[in-house]
Design a protein around this ligand. Structure first.
Ligand code: NAP
Ligand code: ZN
Length: 350
């Protein structure tokens, strides 16, 4: 089907209107009209080719809320008119041990990214949610629970699941001591979700500017990471630290903050880090880990958890033609706390 989007044609070109063809729907596919799409820092990395594997023209966007406009003959889970959501994956092998465990994000054959992947059958390059329509197999659609505000929910599909998953993996529960490095899109969801699970939550930020916000989001404290005395006083005081910093940085100031057997899980920077010392790791039996998004069943569980606990991202709604300015603002951490594109504005921007 012919459709419209906003694409970048090179790493230094702004995003601009782009007409393209979505693949023909297969029997198990859902065709959606995209209503809202969140703006993840990964979209910015992708557009600028920060990871080195972007193929242009590229369309970012993997925090997608839409309405079903057509279903294939084998679709049983959704019907025309349903509101559905899609996150960072649109397919996986569905056969391997990880897929069978519901961890499609860890598929042995590699999951198919909503953008930057290759369709498993046609080998076409996948293009993301900054567009009018999406074709996706039903297993990779999420149900939007009753009562969840669709105009605010989009960021749950990446920022939400990427922080929910490590909170579950490391068994966060009432009384767990959780730190969150970087109060941005992922960070503010980590705070809301960890607080929703009953954890004691501390934001680790570069300045005190977001202290009031941190408390309003549900954090119990904010620690300024450049304040050496405060950092020293916080030694051995966390069970889990979620690190959302989007660039190369130094873990050494953070490692001593973990208690024995504590884990610092990296969900931000994908690439090199400043060299970490093993001293706090070895002597304190501390761990550094990583975590990618989450599985489909876990994403549905997270959406349901958010609906039950009334957890929603803090969003600033933008028009499609404001995306380049939004990227500039995101780079300066000038967003409270996630941009969401109202996709109804796409046609006006053509
Ligand atoms: P974001 O909204 O821009 O937030 C990042 C936060 O990190 C900022 O608000 C800022 O917090 C802090 N920060 C920014 N620049 C920094 C610097 N130079 N040094 C130290 N701290 C800095 O980004 P996001 O959308 O949350 O994404 C964060 C990262 O996660 C990105 O790299 C993205 O690609 C990655 N990501 C990974 C996954 C995954 O599956 N693992 C999924 C989605 C996104 P303060 O102002 O509070 O310091
Ligand atoms: Zn993302």
């Amino acid at each position: 089907m012919k459709t419209l989007g906003f694409a970048c044609t090179s790493a230094d070109a702004p995003l601009a209107p782009f007409s393209f063809e979505r693949r023909a729907p297969r029997p198990d596919d859902v065709v959606m009209e995209i209503l809202y799409c969140g703006v993840c820092h990964s979209d910015l990395h992708w557009s600028r080719n920060d990871w080195g594997w972007t193929i242009f023209p590229a369309i970012p966007g993997h925090e997608i809320i839409g309405r079903v406009i057509e279903i294939g003959s084998a679709v049983t889970q959704y019907t025309v008119g349903d509101h559905v959501a899609v996150g960072c994956m649109v397919d996986s092998c569905q056969q391997c041990d990880q897929c069978r465990k519901g961890q499609e994000q860890l598929c042995r054959e590699g999951n198919t990214g909503t953008y930057g992947g290759f369709d498993r059958y046609t080998k076409e390059y996948t293009l993301g949610g900054y567009s009018k329509n999406l074709v996706v197999r039903q297993e990779f659609c999420l149900r939007i629970p009753e009562g969840l505000d669709i105009a605010r929910a989009a960021p749950l599909l990446c920022a939400g699941i990427t922080t929910y998953s490590p909170l579950k993996t490391w068994d966060v529960r009432p009384g767990s001591r959780v730190g969150v490095i970087g109060l941005g899109g992922l960070g503010h969801m980590a705070v809301k979700l960890a607080a929703g699970m009953g954890a004691h939550v501390t934001v680790l930020s570069r300045s005190a500017d977001k202290a009031d916000d941190a408390r309003a989001l549900g954090a119990h404290a904010l620690l300024v990471s450049s304040d050496k005395a405060a950092m020293e006083a916080a030694a051995d005081s966390f069970d889990l630290i979620i690190d959302t910093v989007p660039v190369k940085h130094d873990l050494n100031p953070y490692m001593p903050l973990l208690d024995v057997d504590g884990t610092l899980v990296i969900v931000g920077q994908i690439g090199p880090l400043a060299e970490p010392s093993t001293v706090p790791l070895v002597l304190g039996r501390r761990r550094i880990a990583g975590s990618p998004i989450g599985g489909i069943a876990e994403t549905q569980e997270m959406l349901d958890f958010c609906a039950v606990n009334n957890i929603l991202p803090d969003v600033e709604m933008i028009r499609m033609d404001e995306i380049n300015h939004a990227f500039e603002r995101m780079e300066k951490s000038d967003v409270r706390y996630r941009f969401v594109i109202d996709m109804a504005s796409l046609e006006l921007a053509q």
